[in-house]
Design a protein around this ligand. Sequence first.
Ligand code: FES
Length: 122
Amino acid sequence: MSKTRTITIANRGGATYEVDARRPLLDTLTEQGLDLPYGCKYGGCITCAAKLTDGQIDQRRQVALNNRQLGDGYVLMCVARAVTDCTFEIGVESHDRLYRNPFLDPLQPHELKADIATPKDP
Ligand code: FES
């Protein structure tokens, strides 16, 4: 099976990039000139989060996203590999649901315990 995947960036005019499925998306996309934010580059800081709107990724190495953020489609591009062709929204404009606003969206009593992510195999 081909190890090349097509990545579409929905909020950059639908620009497409061919990436090596074995390498982190952050590395392969920035090498091709896409401007992506990043910090730690080991899956620990959330700076590089993008929103996956279509496709499947493998981000088993991520340690920073909780289950709510994973459920909302967030992907840490520095550790994620593309399993299939994927579509993303990138940059801060994709972070609308990344952080909870405690005034608009207060925690429910059952959510006060830590929400530790439970990674799943792709
Ligand atoms: S750069 Fe820190 S989590 Fe990706």
